[in-house]
Every structure is written in C-alpha cells, then in structure tokens.
Design a protein around this ligand. Structure first.
Ligand SMILES: [Zn+2]
Ligand SMILES: [Zn+2]
Length: 300
C-alpha cells in the first residue's frame, strides 16, 4: 500500500514537472520511447475456428531452432506523430548479426543484436544515435522514458545529443509504467494484437511464412511499424498520452490498427487476385499476406 502511494506521489510529481517544462519551453517537442518484448511465440491458445464451426486442429510447429526473441523500441510524439525509425534488438546465439549473410533491411529499421534480446549499452547507444537523435531532430526535445538503468543514466544519454540540440529527460517512476507510460497505455497492446492476428492468419490460411525466422520476423516488424505510423492512426497514437495524463483533451474518435487492418473491407480481393486479408491503412486497399507482408507492400 505504501509502495503504491509512493508511486502515485512520484507520478504526480512527474506530471507537475512535465507541465512546467512545457510551459517554460515553447516549441519543445515531446517524445516517448519504450521497450516492448516481441513475443517469439505468438500462437494463440484459443480455438482458431469461427464460432459454431467444428474445431480446427492446428499444428503448432516446434520452432526452437529458429525462434528469435526480440526487443522492439517504438517512439511516438505528443502531437500524434510516430518516429520514422524503430530500433529492433535481436537475441542471437553468436551475440552478433551474421557476418556474411545480410539480414533483412528496411529504411524504417535499425537492427542490433547481442546474446540476449535484452537491450545492452551498445544497443542503447545505437538507438540514441541512429534513431532518436537523427536529423531532422528538434532543437529542444523532452524525452519521456522509463526508469530502466541506462535510461536513468542521463549523462550516458546526453553524450550522444548532437551539437546545437538540447534534450531534457524525464523518467517514469519504477512501477508506474502501467499508469504513465504513454506507449504502454495503448500502442503496445495493439501492436501485440496485430502480431498475433498475423500469426493466426498464417496458421489458419496455411501461409508459407515462418514468422519466427529472423528475416521474416524483421520484415513483419518493419511492416507493422509502417502501418502504425499511418496518418489515420494519429489520434490512436495520442490516446496513450491522454490516458497517462499528459494531454487534457481527449483525442478525436479513432479506429485502432487491428480493427482497421483486419476489419471491414480487408477480405476483398488483393490486386494479385488472391483473397485479401489486410487492409492497407495508406492506400485503403485489401491485400493478401504475401503481397502485404512477405513482399513489404509500401504505397506511401
Ligand atoms: Zn497501400
Ligand atoms: Zn496479393
């Protein structure tokens, strides 16, 4: 009980500081980054057959040899934008990416690796240098991050801030992320839901795409991050800020990414003639899994 009171008091303090910084620094750009574990095995345990139909027996493959645990670090802005790049940290048996066989790459991915998928110092440095602090970078950034040890080490972060820029750091108190971490209040759950839906689709439609293979997982992450950055999800991205108490006005009504991507219209025919599965949040056309995910559909 005392702990909870303590956390609540710290959150109150954080919000006070946040508003003070905003009031005293017109033009400051507020960003939030968060590490989210990408579940390696996202097979749903629920029955995949539509209600009322006979149970479908789904064979779940043993993926031990190829499974990769991953940490994904998305970044969103208080104004509803999403950062153009996402950092992905892979756990690799060798502790590094393969030297001679290039991994899947995409302009929206920065990929690092170590023995475990848990972020290390090197990964954090790359995240700061190659994602968060790339140009065009705001003159003054307010960075809202959790109390993970390297994020509490402000001098470590500050050494990577490019000249002529200023970064103010605010840490979300330990134990307070479920109350005041914007990405954790909306975005991350929807992200997991979309990854699960893709995985279900692979099983139900017997699509030849092994999502736990490194390149396929990276391709899917890149595609989902691109989808989540669509202008139509701006209010969705702002909602976590509102829920965390950083915005006083409720964002306009929005459709969440899983509802949009797999909702009405997603099952129309793909341009290739196959039945569609995913509605592109940019061109608003249905696409089959292969055209959309495997072939990295980009129309914007
Ligand atoms: Zn499209
Ligand atoms: Zn297609």
């Amino acid at each position: 009980m005392k702990d909870r009171e303590d956390i609540l008091r710290q959150i109150e303090e954080l919000q006070k500081k946040f508003l003070e910084i905003l009031a005293n620094n017109p033009g400051i750009v507020v960003v939030n980054s968060d590490q989210t574990g990408q579940v390696k095995e996202t097979h749903s345990t629920r029955t995949l057959a539509p209600e009322g139909e006979k149970d479908v027996v789904v064979e779940i493959e043993n993926a031990s040899a190829t499974t990769h645990a991953v940490t994904v670090l998305p970044t969103i802005y208080l104004d509803g934008r999403q950062h153009p790049k996402v950092y992905v940290h892979l756990g690799e048996a060798t502790g590094a990416l393969p030297k001679f066989k290039p991994v899947y790459s995409n302009p929206n991915l920065v990929i690092g690796a170590s023995k475990s998928h848990i972020m290390n110092k090197e990964g954090t440095e790359r995240f700061l240098k190659e994602v968060l602090f790339i140009q065009p970078m705001p003159k003054h950034m307010l960075l809202l991050i959790d109390s993970w040890p390297l994020f509490l080490n402000h001098s470590f972060i500050q050494q990577f801030v490019p000249q002529g820029h200023k970064v103010t750091i605010l840490n979300i108190p330990k134990g307070g992320t479920s109350l005041s971490q914007p990405l954790d209040l909306n975005y991350n759950q929807q992200w997991k839901s979309v990854m699960r839906r893709l995985n279900d689709a692979i099983l139900i439609h017997e699509i030849d795409y092994k999502i736990h293979v490194r390149d396929n997982l990276l391709r899917a992450i890149s595609q989902v991050y691109w989808c989540f950055g669509a202008p139509r999800f701006c209010e969705f991205r702002r909602y976590g800020w509102y829920k965390g108490g950083y915005l006083d006005t409720h964002p306009a009504p929005f459709v969440t990414p899983p509802k949009y991507l797999f909702g009405e219209g997603s099952e129309g025919d793909c341009t290739c003639g196959e039945p569609g599965l995913i509605l592109c949040p940019y061109c608003e056309k249905p696409h089959c899994f292969i055209c959309f995910v495997a072939n990295s559909h980009r129309c914007a």
